[in-house]
Design a protein around this ligand. Structure first.
Ligand SMILES: C[S@@+](CC[C@H](N)C(=O)[O-])C[C@H]1O[C@@H](n2cnc3c(N)ncnc32)[C@H](O)[C@@H]1O
Length: 247
C-alpha cells in the first residue's frame, strides 16, 4: 500500500475521517472574504479539492466551480458529489486552466503539500497567472515554529458494521523546510482489526515568511484561523487564513 493510502486505496474512508469538519462554515467564510475583497466575479477553482465538499458548497452559492487534485480516487468521489463541476488531475505546483478564474481556494492546509519552498513558490506563481484581474486566493496554513509534535486530533466513527478511529498530527523536526502530517486509521470489526499509518511529506514555512513570498504578487491580508469571525491575525497565532488579492 502507498504512503498516502488515505488519498488512494483508502479514499473511500476520507469523508468518514472528515465528518466533524464544518465545510459549510469554511466555505461561507471564504465566500464572505471574496465578497469583501474580491472582484465580484463568480468563477472558482479549488486546489487539492479532494472529494469536493467545498466545491459542492460553492456551486450551491451560485459559483461556477471546479477542482483539481493529484489523486484520481479523490476526484472520482468529487465528480459523484458535484456532477456539474469540472475536475482535473493536476499538481497544484504546476497547473494550467483554460480560462482565468475569480477565486482560487486551497483548504485544510493542503497548500503544504507543495514539495519544498521552491514548489510552493511555483504554486503561488501558477495561482497568480490563473486568476483574473483582482482575483483572490484563499488558503490556511500552520506556522512551522508553532508546531507541537505531541498534539494530535482523534476522531471515531461507526460505519458499515465497523468501528473506525482516526488520528492526525503535525511533525516538525525544528529545522529546515520539511514537515509531515502523520495519520493513522484503525478499522475494527467483530473479529479483526486493521491499522494503516500514513506519513505525508509537506513544506514547512512560517506565516511571516509566506507573507514575504506572496507580496510581489498579491495584496496580502492575514486573518486568525477562525471561520466564524473575520479577525486580523495577531502576529503570534500558529494557524492563519490568507486572503490574497492579485496585483
Ligand atoms: C487534506 S486533503 C484536503 C481535501 C479537501 N481540500 C478537503 O478540505 O477536504 C489533501 C488533498 O490534497 C491532495 N494533494 C496532495 N498533493 C497534491 C498536489 N501536489 N497537487 C494537488 N493535490 C494534491 C490530496 O490528494 C488530497 O485530496
Amino acid at each position: 500500500m502507498s504512503a498516502n493510502a488515505l488519498y488512494t486505496d483508502l479514499s473511500g474512508y476520507y469523508d468518514l475521517m472528515c465528518v466533524d469538519i464544518d465545510y459549510q462554515a469554511q466555505s461561507h467564510c471564504i465566500r464572505r472574504l471574496h465578497q469583501l475583497f474580491g472582484n465580484k466575479g463568480n468563477t472558482h477553482l479549488d486546489l487539492a479539492c479532494g472529494t469536493g465538499p467545498h466545491v459542492r458548497h460553492f456551486i450551491d452559492y451560485g459559483y461556477q466551480s471546479s477542482g483539481l487534485d493529484i489523486n484520481q480516487p479523490m476526484l472520482d468521489i468529487a465528480a459523484t458529489r458535484c456532477p456539474e463541476a469540472q475536475f482535473t488531475l493536476q499538481n497544484m505546483s504546476d497547473f494550467n486552466i483554460t480560462s482565468q478564474v475569480d477565486l482560487i481556494t486551497c483548504f485544510l492546509y493542503s497548500i503544504h503539500y507543495s514539495d519544498g519552498i521552491e514548489k510552493l513558490k511555483d504554486c503561488i506563481a501558477s495561482v497568480h497567472s490563473a486568476l483574473s484581474d483582482q482575483g483572490m486566493f484563499c488558503f490556511n496554513v500552520v506556522d512551522k515554529d508553532k508546531i507541537n509534535n505531541d498534539l494530535f486530533v482523534r476522531h471515531s466513527a461507526q460505519h458499515d458494521g465497523s468501528h473506525f478511529t482516526f488520528h492526525s498530527g503535525w511533525h516538525y523536526c525544528g529545522h529546515g523546510e520539511k514537515q509531515s502530517l502523520k495519520l493513522s486509521i484503525e478499522k475494527s470489526t467483530a473479529d479483526e482489526t486493521h491499522r494503516w499509518h500514513d506519513e505525508h511529506p509537506m513544506v514547512a514555512v512560517t506565516i511571516k515568511q509566506l507573507k514575504e513570498i506572496l507580496k510581489p504578487y498579491f495584496e496580502v491580508h492575514v486573518f486568525e484561523h477562525d471561520y466564524e469571525k473575520i479577525i486580523p491575525w495577531d502576529n503570534n497565532s500558529g494557524n492563519a487564513l490568507f486572503a490574497c488579492v492579485k496585483i
